[in-house]
Write a protein that binds this ligand. Structure first.
Ligand code: GDP
Length: 424
């Protein structure tokens, strides 16, 4: 049984969906293990272009079983909408190839509403949430005030247990935010419209993974966001509310005793960041606009323009360490082809001193970038499929990254299509 986790090294949007789509045909099972509908993994294949939010990116491969694990914020409305969209596009998706853990906690309709209300209350101090209810969901999960997907199977018992939770939530909606309370009718409508359709997909993942282990199946764990957004190791408070770290993958998937054999860290050839918080290497003005446009850097979920800058080596080295990456994929190399020189943020200056260690979150606003330049290659590399055929300057850039962050670059992605890849 061989296992691999595909994880983001930076702020997310590194191109993980594309890498999962590329290598998942080598695996029997692909599992999403954390996060929720706030993700936007882009996959381009024979069925079209998809921004997957909750579905594992393995869903397009007929011989792969996709699993949504217990660590995911399971929003029935978002998942059913996505399943139906993917089915309409001709993808064979059924309970045969999609399994949803009975142990996944449900993101309830009030979580999204509370997320919006809190961002409105914060006004210009808002965290830049995607308003998918993720932070209220995880808070309630840890307060043990949400429901497990498996509880949907017994409708009567479900409503017996969820009604007091709704009443408790209404206290916050009405008394803190002055909003409308939730009603039983609304909740019943949500149950009938979305939850009933989810029931056929519910699976006991204990049994599923035991059987998978016995029959020597290989598992690919698909992460959302990146190391710098991790709830424990990220740039607090500008993190997500779940663990984006590879070590959490077996737990969030539902097979905590599994050991990872490979951790493939995905790094974009330059830096991007969605939302608020320190972003030391950030570019502004014309050069930022050019890079944003060349790289189509607009959020898959929100359409928001992403903040952009050169590759941040300090942050990337930190991400590689925290993820325990055993190999890297560098994506979007083709985007840098327009540059005469390739900029990299090689160090930070904090309190007048150069450092190559990633600072404590509250010290990050004091950090200034040190920028170095490597020679650009100035030609189209999107058709290259062999490492030796890349221009020397492009190889030098890859080898510079390897040396700086201490990890082998196994994949170089030169386009969004499945085959636009160089494997070393
Ligand atoms: P994820 O959340 O980590 O899966 O990343 P996103 O899907 O948000 O962002 C990756 C975007 O870059 C998607 O639109 C991909 O199709 C695209 N992409 C991935 N790799 C490459 C590449 O090597 N070159 C180009 N031009 N686009 C890429």
């Amino acid at each position: 049984m061989s296992n691999c986790a595909i994880v983001g090294i930076n702020w997310g949007d590194e191109g993980k969906g594309r890498m999962v789509d590329l290598i998942c045909s080598d695996y029997d099972v692909v599992v999403r293990y954390q996060g929720g509908g706030n993700a936007g993994h882009t996959v381009i294949n024979e069925y079209g272009k998809f921004a997957l939010h909750l579905l594992p990116s393995g869903i397009f491969h007929q011989n792969v079983v996709s699993v949504i694990g217990n660590g995911v914020a399971l929003d029935p409305e978002s998942l059913i909408t996505e399943i139906e969209y993917v089915q309409e596009k001709g993808v064979a998706l059924s309970p045969e190839n999609l399994k949803v853990s009975c142990r996944a906690s449900l993101l309830m309709p009030w979580h999204k509403e509370l997320d919006c209300l809190e961002e409105q209350r914060l006004k210009d101090k808002a965290y830049g949430s995607t308003k998918q209810g993720i932070a209220p969901f995880y808070s309630d999960k840890f307060q043990k005030k949400t429901m497990l997907a498996g509880e949907l199977l017994d409708e009567e018992k479900f409503f017996e247990r969820v009604t007091p939770i709704m009443e408790w939530k209404n206290l916050t909606l009405e008394k803190v935010y002055g909003a409308e309370p939730f009603t039983y009718e609304k909740l019943k409508d949500w149950y009938d419209t979305y939850c009933k359709k989810l029931i056929p997909y519910l699976t006991d993942t204990d049994v599923f993974f035991d059987t998978a282990k016995e029959s020597g199946k290989s598992i690919l764990f698909e992460a959302q966001l990146g190391a710098l957004r991790d709830i424990d190791f990220g740039i607090v408070p500008y993190t997500t509310s779940s663990s984006t770290i590879a070590a959490y993958a077996p737990i969030g998937a539902g097979a905590p005793a599994i050991k990872l054999d490979r951790v493939l860290g995905v790094v974009k050839a330059y830096s991007t960041c969605v939302g608020e918080g320190p972003f030391v290497c950030e570019w502004f003005g014309e050069k930022a606009e050019r890079l944003r446009e060349e790289g189509f850097e607009f959020g898959a979920k929100t359409g928001r323009p992403r903040r952009v800058g050169p590759l941040d080596i300090v942050a990337t080295r930190y991400g590689v360490e925290k993820q325990g990456a055993t190999e890297l994929a560098v994506t979007k190399m083709d985007i840098l082809s327009y540059m005469d020189e390739i900029p990299v943020c090689s160090k930070y200056i904090v309190n007048g001193k150069e450092t190559d260690r990633f600072p404590f979150p509250s010290d990050l606003d004091k950090a200034e970038p040190v920028t170095e330049y490597l020679k650009g290659w100035k030609c189209d590399i999107s058709g290259v499929r062999e490492y030796d055929k890349l221009p020397k300057e492009a190889r030098d850039y890859i080898e510079y990254i390897e040396k700086q962050v201490g990890c082998f670059v196994k994949y170089v992605s030169v386009g969004p299509q499945r085959d636009a890849i160089i494997i070393r």
